[in-house]
Design a protein. Structure first.
Length: 142
């Protein structure tokens, strides 16, 4: 195993978040024979952003970019289960798929906050509780 030296390598919180995110990449990319440069550039950029930013926020923003690049960012806001349009409150499940909070029995977000996250790839409009909620969704798998 090659050990890469990052400026934040001795920051336990940042290292833990990084390791959790990287661990999700193996099953996601294990059958790919040739990787696009996008993945390297995404992770390289993330390494530098984690140095200055909250690691969970940086990783969530990178994950949204990943979903968009792979064509898996659902911005039509139709519920996965009932297929009805989502109007106000939105819940997200694995891979950031939108769903009604009542259909998933989970806590929702204001739709405008999720829309801003998806459009701008920025977590600035989200509070720490919402970041934790997104982090737990992300940890379910890429």
């Amino acid at each position: 195993m090659i050990q890469l030296g990052f400026p934040w390598i001795f920051d336990n919180q940042k290292l833990y978040c990084w390791q959790r995110f990287i661990k999700l990449f193996y099953p996601h990319l294990k059958d790919v024979e040739e990787l696009e440069s996008f993945y390297f550039e995404l992770l390289n950029s993330l390494v530098h952003r984690i140095e200055k930013q909250n690691p969970k926020r940086a990783i969530i923003e990178a994950y949204v970019k990943l979903c968009e690049h792979e064509g898996r960012l659902h911005t039509d806001y139709h519920c996965l289960l009932c297929e009805e349009k989502i109007v106000q409150e939105i819940a997200l499940v694995r891979s950031l798929v939108p769903i009604h909070p009542k259909c998933s029995y989970s806590k929702g977000f204001k739709k405008n906050k999720v829309d801003k996250l998806f459009r701008e790839k920025s977590t600035l409009g989200l509070n720490d509780s919402e970041i934790e909620q997104l982090w737990n969704i992300l940890l379910q798998g890429l």
